[in-house]
Design a protein around this ligand. Structure first.
Ligand code: WTA
Length: 633
């Protein structure tokens, strides 16, 4: 394990050093890994193109650092501890030795099927160990993984497969979630019927068993391809800046973008941040409840923990099955030391009553983490008191798909904490707050747009196939800065409090969604003329989805129409994007240049119609009254 920060004074000193000599700081972090060839230069960068290169000329394979390196010292230690959906089923474990062997077998199977360095492989899988094994197998041979959350629709999956011209899809037959057995391969079949010409193979992992349509020549069973392979597979030598993976995320425009992360920097940053934020100690059991379909799962279920030689729990199920005590029951059973989840889960469980928590022994817990959205004070207090018994620090971690790792957050018990405040930046991270005119706001007790001044190793390098989009989205708002899309406060003590997105991105149950993406889906309904989607405060989800819809002609049965609209969204994106409220309107408030005044729509959706500002300059001020009068609040 690398040297961890062990006090707040220590933090301040290390932070200072990281700002004065960033290259020296990161070189020291990087020196704790196995490199095939040492880098020639730590960093080469500009934020104008942008072009950022870390550990330039370095050669490595991230799986040698996740697996091979641990074989001698902790080969028999559990690497992945799998908690199946069925609470009564046995846990399945993979020691580092076993995981190494499985990854090599899967890597050999991919190679035997013609997949090699630089090829893109899409994953559409539930939270089973084979997902982690498959992802690592790609990294082993230099193939680029693109994991698509298994709740996305066939259409969304097809869009992502096409954008990255993937050569193969790896999926499961079915997915057990709670009491449901959800078809997975069927969704892949549907996606592949939508012109996914680049796909040569579908590798199917048999999870639950059940009826399946296997297309001969294209579809192969995981067990047929993987089981007989050799347990040795030489790792491909990768350049620091070779792509490791693509992960699609939503932005303000309709089309999700493929955020690209590269091998060297991502490796260095995920291990460094994992060890320091969670203060992981040798032998600890660490559990992150995210899904590998999101960045949190990539960085803090798979890569960060394995790089650190940790035992990482992978949970197949849902927090409410068999009942709302599942998380705490599992913490007791597995003696979990670090627990990392999302505020939406905390709020949902909080609503189910304290008895689900108090009946379990949670004394193993040392650090509690939160991620994905702002955590409100009530949820923070509940998490702190009921789950942590006031003995566990809460690390509220702010970061993004694009940042690759945690940027702002506590370091275990070594940072001061305040409810709803992410806190201080990690050493090596230089955030700043800007005003709308591009001026940096100095000092404390201020609020502005959150940017980052200096590169960090796990930052995105590009958006797949469209570098200009990357420049436009993140590097054009402010000169020489990375713009996060979030607004934040820096309080009198210098602690950051994230306020939320300032763009047209909403955060629903910790899932990031572009309002334009949902609008595009709604507009697919033949009776929809135009729509506008905004977020509104929601007790459990953080934000709910509120859609304003203009329809052509008369709708006889509004409820039936709403159901149809929801179905369209489920088909285009997936159930996570279902609107919570659909208001049928005759017009949308627009400026004279035709822009929708979302500010008004957001206020109405939030139930606040008191002060809508000056609406007289609108093209159609009369619709504002109508919208107010028929609002669904
Ligand atoms: C939000 C998830 C407040 C934020 C790792 C960010 C947060 C977006 C926090 C990224 C937090 C994430 N407090 N807001 N601790 N963590 N966010 O890409 O708006 O799925 O921009 O990455 O989630 O979401 P993403």
């Amino acid at each position: 394990m690398t040297q961890q920060i062990k006090s707040f004074d220590d933090y301040k000193a290390v932070y200072q050093k990281s700002v004065e000599d960033p290259e020296g700081f990161w070189a020291e972090q990087a020196s704790t890994f196995t490199w095939r060839k040492q880098w020639d230069k730590v960093l080469d960068w500009n934020f104008t193109e942008p072009n950022v290169n870390w550990f330039v000329g370095g050669k490595l394979n991230i799986t040698e650092n996740c697996l091979d390196r641990h074989l001698e010292t902790r080969g028999d230690q559990v690497a992945i501890l799998f908690e199946p959906n069925d609470a009564d089923a046995e846990n399945i474990t993979y020691t580092y030795k076993e995981l190494h062997a499985e990854v090599c077998k899967a890597a050999n199977a991919l190679k035997a099927n013609g997949i090699g360095k630089g090829d893109r492989v899409c994953f559409y899988m539930p939270m089973v160990p084979e997902l982690a094994i498959g992802v690592l197998a790609c990294a082993r041979i230099g193939a680029i993984h693109s994991v698509v959350f298994a709740g996305f629709s066939a259409q969304a999956l097809a869009d992502r497969i096409k954008d990255a011209t993937c050569k193969a899809v790896i999926c499961s037959d079915y997915n057990s979630r709670g009491t449901k057995n959800i078809p997975v391969k069927k969704v892949v079949d549907d996606a592949l019927s939508m012109d996914c010409d680049s796909i040569e193979m579908v590798l199917v992992h048999k999870n639950t068993g059940g009826e399946l349509n296997m297309v001969s020549g294209r579809d192969k069973w995981w067990h047929d391809e993987v089981d007989g392979q050799s347990t040795a597979c030489e790792a491909e030598e990768m350049d620091s800046e070779d792509m490791l993976f693509i992960l699609y995320t939503s932005g303000s425009t309709g089309k999700p973008k493929g955020v690209v992360h590269t091998c060297g920097g991502y490796m260095v940053y995920t291990k460094y941040s994992f060890e320091n934020v969670f203060q992981y100690q040798e032998g600890d059991i660490y559990w992150c409840t995210a899904d590998i379909g999101w960045i949190t799962g990539h960085s803090y279920i798979v890569y960060g923990p394995l790089l650190a030689g940790a035992t990482t729990v992978m949970f197949e199920g849902v927090p409410t099955y068999p009942d709302a005590g599942r998380f705490w029951q599992t913490c007791e059973k597995l003696k979990v030391n670090q627990f990392y989840t999302a505020p939406t889960a905390i709020r949902a469980l909080m609503a189910q009553g304290d008895q689900h928590v108090t009946k379990y022994d949670l004394s193993s817990l040392k650090v509690l983490g939160s991620v994905g959205e702002p955590i409100n004070e009530e949820a923070w207090e509940w998490y702190h008191e009921l789950v942590g018994k006031k003995n566990c620090p809460i690390v509220d971690t702010w970061w993004q798909t694009e940042t690759g790792g945690i940027m702002i957050g506590g370091l275990g018990e070594h940072s001061p904490m305040k409810p709803a405040h992410a806190g201080y930046p990690l050493p090596g991270i230089q955030p700043c707050l800007m005003d709308a005119d591009g001026k940096e706001l100095e000092g404390n007790d201020i609020e502005g747009l959150l940017c980052v001044k200096y590169p960090w190793p796990s930052m995105l390098r590009t958006t797949y196939g469209d570098h200009e989009r990357c420049r436009q989205t993140y590097f054009s708002a402010f000169e020489n800065l990375y713009f996060t899309g979030d607004g934040a406060r820096r309080d009198k003590d210098g602690m950051y409090r994230i306020i939320g997105r300032v763009d047209d991105v909403i955060n629903v149950s910790g899932h990031r969604m572009g309002t334009a993406e949902v609008e595009n889906a709604i507009n697919e309904h033949e009776l929809v003329v135009e729509s506008a989607v905004v977020g509104y405060p929601h007790d459990i989800k953080g934000q709910g989805i509120y859609a304003y819809v203009i329809v052509s002609g008369d709708i006889e049965d509004e409820d039936a129409f709403r159901k149809e609209l929801i179905q369209v969204v489920v088909k285009e994106i997936g159930p996570i994007a279902k609107p919570d409220k659909i208001q049928i309107v005759s017009g949308l408030p627009k400026t004279r240049s035709g822009k929708i005044m979302r500010r008004i729509l957001r206020k109405v959706a939030s139930g606040d119609t008191s002060n809508l500002g000056d609406t007289s300059t609108l093209l159609n001020p009369e619709v504002v009254d109508e919208i107010k009068d028929t609002a669904l609040v």
